[in-house]
Design a protein around this ligand. Structure first.
Ligand code: 4HU
Length: 446
């Protein structure tokens, strides 16, 4: 119906004004605030990064999926006061539907899993790399879009799933030359919070809100965190005890406080044991203050951080066992993570690990005689048919211009279609790195 809308507005709306002869007011050539263009050099880096996302996902046996950037707004409306809600890029479309540019990918994944229902066998291991949006007041000058790599495991209730996800990210870091001396993962479980809140008879329905408030620790003043916690109805004592537990950095200490019978300690001990056995325990550490800022996490949560503390969280994820059922789906356990494309590039720059990615074309083909432009196109198509890249010079240009362009596009070979050679079904070849040149029959050109 959007086409109809467009047409109807043209039919009923203002007639398009005839093209004016004078030069139009120059348009703003910058992309919208908070968004980025990807010119060739930036696009090469982005493709390199995404290729690494995809290769790690392949190594772990995950299948690629994708969803619309535009989703029903309802998918992201959660009561718990999350930042992601405040910054939702949402609007009413021409069909009077409330829609939003997705701020994250997990709700879309949950929607698709429910939609697929019994037609998909569990466990599902899906990954995606997708652009996500937030409408943030530009006062903070932050981006409004980024690309996120997500890996999700649906249908596995044990922490082997979280261990697998964290290990996938460890392998990704290793591929890029980032080591455990550069980054680490803070790991905790929302069940720690749950067990504390139960001790203080805090109602379960406040759980999400309390998590969101705690996630602000370190981002807003501690007194403001305390005030927000009290505003949920928590007593001073409960707030004090909660903050005390959240400062715990050792699993042994946590076990002293919570005992060893609870699920929180059991899950975390198992996760650390898997990390030990898989060989990445030096990458992870327990930190009770990690809760993550999304209301739907129910168990293990983790976030990647740079040990120099210069950057915001590099990635983050956790278990969200109730998300599918809150959407009306079955009660299926799930966990996953999101990994943004911007912070990692800042880290790579910091560490001097940005790759050198140059553009290269194998052949530049040109004819010096305008009557042989067609012949040059034939030579190009023969080479392309053999899987070789060709920059075909499309206008009659002096040889000096051709050599300059050959250097610019990093061409390996220059193929010249000249009048005398062509009459003998030959072309001239120049290897640009060595200067070696020779003639060859067209059908022997390889
Ligand atoms: O990490 C939160 C987020 C979501 C959407 C867009 C951007 Br930029 N950042």
């Amino acid at each position: 119906d959007s086409v109809g809308d467009a047409t109807s507005s043209r039919r009923s709306g203002s007639p398009s004004s005839p093209p004016t002869a004078d030069v139009q007011q120059k348009i703003d050539v910058n992309p919208p605030k908070g968004t980025r263009d990807f010119p060739p050099e930036e696009m090469r880096l982005r493709n390199w990064l995404f290729q690494n996302f995809r290769e790690v996902s392949r190594l772990f046996g995950f299948e690629e999926v994708d969803f619309p950037v535009l989703e029903s707004e309802a998918l992201f409306i959660r009561k718990a006061g999350e930042e992601i809600r405040d910054q939702l890029y949402c609007f009413e479309d021409r069909g009077n539907r409330r829609v939003a540019l997705r701020p994250e990918l997990t709700p879309s994944l949950a929607r698709l899993v429910i939609q697929k229902g019994k037609s998909v066998s569990l466990p599902l291991k899906w990954f995606t790399v997708g652009q996500c949006w937030r409408y943030e007041r530009m006062t903070r000058g932050r981006r409004r879009e980024h690309y996120q790599w997500n890996m999700d495991i649906v249908g596995v209730s044990g922490v082997t799933a979280e261990a697998e996800l964290i290990y996938a990210i460890v392998m990704f870091f290793k591929r890029l030359g980032i080591t455990e001396l550069d980054v680490g993962f803070k790991v905790s479980s929302r069940k720690v919070l749950q067990e504390i809140l139960r001790c203080y008879n805090i109602p379960e329905n406040l759980f999400g809100n309390v998590c969101i408030i705690i996630d602000k620790m370190g981002k807003i003043a501690l007194d403001d965190v305390k005030r927000e916690l009290k505003s949920t109805g928590m007593s001073d004592e409960a707030v004090g005890q909660l903050l005390e537990v959240l400062s715990i950095k050792s699993l042994a200490k946590l076990e002293e406080i919570l005992g060893s019978s609870g699920e929180a300690v059991a899950d975390l001990k198992q996760l650390f044991s898997f990390a030990e056995k898989t060989g990445y325990s030096e990458w992870i550490q327990f930190d009770a203050s990690v809760v993550r800022g999304l209301a739907y996490y129910t168990g293990i949560v983790f976030e990647g951080f740079d040990r120099e503390g210069k950057l915001r969280a590099i990635c983050g994820g956790g278990r969200y066992d109730k998300l599918l059922s809150t959407f009306g789906g079955d009660d299926i356990p799930a966990c996953g993570f999101g990994f943004g494309d911007a912070i990692i590039v800042e880290l790579l720059k910091e560490k001097g690990l940005l790759p050198e990615l140059s553009f290269q074309v194998e052949n530049i083909v040109c004819s010096l005689d305008p009557d042989l432009q067609g012949a040059a196109a034939l030579v190009a198509s023969i080479l392309r048919g053999k899987g070789q890249s060709v920059d075909l010079v499309l206008e009659s240009k002096p040889l000096k211009w051709v050599f300059k362009r050959a250097a610019k596009i990093n061409a390996c070979r220059l193929i010249l279609v000249g009048t005398s050679e062509w009459q003998r079904s030959m072309v001239a070849v120049k290897i640009l790195s060595t200067g070696e040149q020779y003639e060859t029959k067209l059908d022997e050109l390889d």
